[in-house]
Structures are given as C-alpha cells and as structure tokens.
Design a protein around this ligand. Sequence first.
Ligand SMILES: C[S@@+](CC[C@H](N)C(=O)[O-])C[C@H]1O[C@@H](n2cnc3c(N)ncnc32)[C@H](O)[C@@H]1O
Ligand SMILES: Nc1nc2[nH]cc(C(=O)O)c2c(=O)[nH]1
Ligand code: SF4
Ligand SMILES: [Mg+2]
Length: 261
Amino acid sequence: MPVASDTDGLDAAVARSGDAAEGDLPINELFCSLQGEGRLAGVPSVFVRTSGCNLRCWFCDSYHTSWEPTGDWYGVEDIVAAVEGYDADHVVLTGGEPLVHERSVALLDELGERGYHTTVETNGTIYRDAHVDLASVSPKLASSTPTAERDPKGDGEWADRHEARRLDVDVLAEFVESYETQLKFVVTGPDDMAEIEALVEDVRGAADAPLPDAQVLLMPEGQTREQLDESRRVVADLALEYGYRYTPRLHVDLWNDAPGT
Ligand SMILES: C[S@@+](CC[C@H](N)C(=O)[O-])C[C@H]1O[C@@H](n2cnc3c(N)ncnc32)[C@H](O)[C@@H]1O
Ligand SMILES: Nc1nc2[nH]cc(C(=O)O)c2c(=O)[nH]1
Ligand code: SF4
Ligand SMILES: [Mg+2]
C-alpha cells in the first residue's frame, strides 16, 4: 500500500491514509540481519524500517522510504510482536527517517521495557526523548544534496529543501549529550573531509559532553558491492589519515543489495 504519493514524505507519510489508526507507524519492512554498519557491526538485529523522510539524499539506499515511500500502517504492539518472533536481542529502528514519527518514541520505550537493546538510525535533524541505547546519527553532507544532475527522480526540485534541512548543530549536540552516540558520515571522497572536520568541531563546541574521534565514523558511499569496490579503500585511507574510525557496510559486502538484508 503506498504510504504517500506526493513529494514531501514528511507530511504525506505521516498523513492518515484510509483505515490507519491513531498511534500506528508506517512500516516499509521488518527483517532480521546482522547489523552491517557502525560499532555494533556483526550483531544479529531485528530491523524495523519506517517509511517517510524529511530529506532526499541522491544516494539513498532506501528509495521506497524517501523518494517514493511505501508501506503499511502497524500498531506498536503488532510491531513488538513481530520483533519477538526473531531470536535477537538487538533492534534497529531505521527508515526513512524514524524520528519524523512521534510514535517511534512509544515503540522505542516499549522495546526498552522488554529488555531489547535499541539502536536508532537517524539523520540527526529531529531530536526525540526516548529509550535509545545507541544513537547512530548520520549527518548529511553537502555531497548528499540531490542537484538536478544527481536527482534519481526529477530535476533537482528537492535540492533547496534538502539543503535547508540537512544540518542542525544544536540537534546533533542534543544527541551527543543525551545518548551514547556515533556520528556516521557517508563519504563520497576526499572533498567531504573539510565539511566533516568543521562540523565535528561545531558539535564539540555546542555539546556539554565529549565527542572523541573514536565516535566519528567514516562509511563509504555505495549501494552495491561493485560501488563499494571503488570507494572502500579511499574511505579507509581517509580514516587513517584523519584519525577517525572506519565502518564497513558489512551487509552489502555479504549480500550485495538484496532486499531484507
Ligand atoms: C537509509 S538511512 C535511514 C536512517 C536515516 N534516514 C539516516 O539517513 O541516517 C540508513 C543508513 O544508510 C546510510 N546510507 C544511505 N544510503 C547510502 C549509500 N548509498 N551509501 C552509504 N550509506 C548510505 C545512511 O547515511 C544511514 O546511515
Ligand atoms: N544489515 C543491515 N545493517 C544496517 N545498518 C543500518 C541499516 C539501515 O538501513 O539503517 C542497515 C541495513 O539496512 N541492513
Ligand atoms: S536521510 Fe536517510 S532515509 Fe532520508 S534520504 Fe537520506 S539516507 Fe535516505
Ligand atoms: Mg540500509
């Protein structure tokens, strides 16, 4: 069932569609896999992927949650029951942008109460107070902006909105202060490094909690194994040069771009 048909996933994906009940969340997919990214890479985890996003990265590997959001509406209890059907104690709430949905708070709190370790994969533009064991924040760099030349769908209609929304240093600082946080940058090449260094310094200046280099991760851009074959060495060398941590995309290395991985 399409969750949204117009171009603004933030408004449209949250809009009530037909028989969706108050308190439901738009879910694009739910599956069990190994966490592929970040400091918990390799840990068996249930992934809950919400639909709808307030940004439009040209490279988004979850096209059907952002550019053309699809999914069905489920209540928190149904989602928890589906999670409990798998033999895993880690849950990753992702999207789309899960924190555009106020209802994500209830889901995270319920999972926390049941003893799950919760990771939230977020673009870091919206802060919410919830049970979050690891905030996996992926701030979006200028190189993510869908200019006319790189737009997967249109002719750059989203570029200005994306550009205006993609960074909020105070929101990033709030994540760092409130949660165990990793900043996980999608790196397209050496030209991204100046923006990363400046942003990390800005967040350090704004946050009342430390942000050591070990919590700053560089992740190669690439939706397929073939694309990562081109990018991973470049990004690994940048991590070594700048003293940040490298994170693989283990799921892509293992299963390429297969659905449900
Ligand atoms: C689809 S996003 C969903 C969560 C949230 N909207 C975000 O961007 O953090 C999940 C993760 O995949 C990363 N990602 C998306 N497309 C990618 C690509 N082509 N290459 C590398 N990482 C990508 C995002 O930066 C984020 O860390
Ligand atoms: N295996 C696996 N690990 C992941 N880590 C973050 C993901 C995401 O899409 O947020 C993701 C994903 O889609 N698959
Ligand atoms: S913020 Fe995340 S979900 Fe939204 S377009 Fe970018 S990568 Fe995709
Ligand atoms: Mg993914």
